[in-house]
Design a protein around this ligand. Structure first.
Ligand SMILES: [Zn+2]
Length: 265
C-alpha cells in the first residue's frame, strides 16, 4: 500500500483538542499534536479538572494560553504554575498586569512555539480590551469573543471595536478553521438567533442539533468559521440582506442593535 500523498495529509488535522468542562459552563482545552505527550492548556478556569485531564491522557502541560483576564478563564493559572514547574503563561501584551502568572506577552499577530505547536495571537478587543484569540494550525480558540451562534458582552470595548474583531479578524480566518469557544452557550445563543433570524434554516438546524447534544451531555464545540458565517447573527451583519431585515444598512449599527437586544433577551 502506498503512503497517502502529502496533500491528503495536509487536509487532516494533527492538532488534537480535548475540551475540559470547568466551573458552571466554561471550557478549558488541552491541545497537543498527534503522537506528542506535550500539551498546551487554553483558559485554565480552575486547576483540578485540568490536572486530572492531563493525567488521564498522559500529557505534560508546557504552557497555559489565557484569552483574557476574567477570573473564569485564568482562575487556575497560579495553582497550575505551582504544580508544574517551568510552565509558561501566555497572554496579551495589554493584559501584562491582569493575567495571573504571565511569563510571555504577545502582541497582535505575535507568535510562539510551545509544546511543538506554533501559536499565533490575534488581538480581538471588545469583550475586554486585552482579549486575544489563539490560532494553532486549523484551529482557533476564541475565549469570550466569538461563541457558537453568539458573542461575548462588551465589558470594555464598543460596538465598532468588537464588530471589527469579529468581522475583520475572526471571520477572515479560513472557512474550515475549527472554532473552540470559552463557554457552552450554544442553545441559548441559537434561541436568540432564531428570534432575529428565524427564516434562516441554518439557525433552526443548529438549535435542534445543540439541544440534542446537550440532552446527551455532549459538548457543542467545535464549530467552524463557515458555520458561524451561516448561523451567527453577530457575523451575519456582514450580509446586506440580513441587515435590511433589521432595517439597517451598516454592519456596526447592526452589531450594536443585536448586542443590545441580546443583553436583555
Ligand atoms: Zn470573559
Amino acid at each position: 500500500m502506498t503512503a497517502p500523498s502529502w496533500s491528503i495529509l495536509r487536509l487532516m488535522s494533527h492538532v488534537i483538542v480535548t475540551p475540559v468542562p470547568c466551573l458552571q459552563d466554561n471550557y478549558a482545552y488541552l491541545v497537543h499534536e498527534q503522537g506528542s505527550t506535550e500539551a498546551l492548556v487554553v483558559d485554565a478556569s480552575e486547576s483540578a479538572p485540568v490536572l486530572a485531564a492531563l493525567a488521564e491522557r498522559g500529557l505534560t502541560a508546557r504552557a497555559v494560553l489565557s484569552t483574557h483576564h476574567h477570573f473564569d478563564h485564568v482562575g487556575g493559572n497560579l495553582e497550575l504554575k505551582r504544580a508544574l514547574p517551568g510552565l509558561e503563561i501566555v497572554g496579551s501584551e495589554y493584559d501584562r498586569e491582569r493575567i495571573p502568572g504571565l511569563t510571555r506577552a504577545l502582541a497582535h499577530h505575535g507568535g510562539a512555539d510551545l509544546a511543538g505547536l506554533s501559536v499565533r495571537a490575534l488581538a480581538v478587543p471588545g469583550h475586554t480590551l486585552g482579549a486575544v484569540a489563539f490560532v494553532i494550525g486549523d484551529t482557533v480558540f476564541t475565549g469570550d469573543t466569538l461563541f457558537i451562534a453568539g458573542c461575548g458582552r462588551m465589558f470594555e470595548g464598543d460596538a465598532k471595536m468588537m464588530s471589527h474583531s469579529l468581522l475583520d479578524e475572526l471571520a477572515s480566518l479560513p472557512d474550515e478553521t475549527r472554532v473552540y469557544c470559552g463557554h457552552e452557550y450554544t442553545v441559548a445563543n441559537a434561541r436568540f438567533a432564531i428570534s432575529v433570524d428565524g427564516d434562516n434554516a441554518a439557525v433552526r438546524e443548529l438549535l435542534a442539533r445543540a439541544e440534542k447534544a446537550r440532552a446527551a451531555g455532549i459538548a457543542t464545540v467545535p464549530s467552524t468559521i463557515a458555520d458561524e458565517k451561516r448561523h451567527n447573527p453577530f457575523l451575519r451583519v456582514a450580509d446586506p440582506g440580513f441587515l435590511a431585515t433589521l432595517g439597517l444598512s451598516d454592519s456596526v449599527s447592526g452589531f450594536a442593535q443585536l448586542r443590545k437586544a441580546k443583553d436583555s433577551f
